[in-house]
Design a protein around this ligand. Structure first.
Ligand code: 5GP
Length: 209
């Protein structure tokens, strides 16, 4: 029997409000990647935002249930971000990887480090940056889901996270959504599928603006 192809683990990180949710959803919907890249659903203890559904955006758990799962080794990695737990369930991710299916994780910078350490040579790390902190603050305010205090917290964490971008294989500056999506598709198609996405040449490693 031919050996299963080695699955890649695509990790997308970036500060809250950088547009990574919109970007990863559009990436998954692109015909070239349909069925070839599967996102795992993370668990979190934060409150649901309007429009979010249990089992779709996240598994929304109580802190007690999350902590029990930590003890049972349920997570591939977990972190406390903005005073809430976030974690990648291990079983589903591992089953996909064992089958040779490429996996997409949208996780914070510390989770990204942990996963890349767990799967050396298999992780493709992509960092999404806002064009500026001013734009990021504006986007977070416009989202309207944050209190003044959590907004301030998210901006402080964002500053810290941005310094981690140097450890990523690629950095995409999301000033223009269409352009950023094109860059993201090209990187993933070329590095995961080994083909040039949307017919263009693949990007070299580094920052795409
Ligand atoms: P949000 O609350 O805006 O959905 O996510 C907050 C942060 O948690 C984001 O940086 C997001 O990437 C990160 N995050 C979401 N799921 C996970 C996860 O399973 N593990 C880790 N380490 N971070 C996560």
């Amino acid at each position: 029997m031919p050996a299963l192809p080695k699955a890649k683990i695509v990790i997308i990180s970036g500060p809250s409000g950088c547009g990574k949710t919109t970007l990863h959803k559009a990436l998954l919907a692109s015909p070239a990647l349909k069925g070839k890249l599967v996102k795992t659903i993370s668990a979190t203890t934060r409150q649901k935002r309007p429009g979010e559904r249990h089992g779709r955006e996240y598994l929304f758990l109580s802190p007690q249930s999350f902590e029990e799962k930590i003890k049972k080794g349920y997570f591939l990695e977990w972190q406390k971000v903005f005073d809430h737990y976030y974690g990648t369930p291990k079983k589903r991710a591992q089953a996909l990887i064992n089958k040779g299916t490429n996996v997409l994780l949208c996780i914070d910078v510390n989770g990204a480090k942990a996963v890349a350490g767990e799967f050396p040579g298999r992780a493709l790390r992509i960092f999404i940056k806002p064009p500026s902190m001013k734009v990021l603050a504006h986007r977070l305010k416009a989202r309207g889901s944050e209190s003044r205090e959590t907004l301030k917290k998210r901006l402080n964490v964002a500053r810290r996270e941005m310094r981690e971008a140097v450890n990523y294989d690629h950095v995409i500056v999301n000033g223009d959504l269409k352009k950023a999506l094109g860059q993201l598709k090209k990187i993933v198609c070329s590095e995961v599928l080994g083909v040039s996405g949307s017919g263009g040449r693949s990007l070299s490693r580094g920052t795409a603006t």
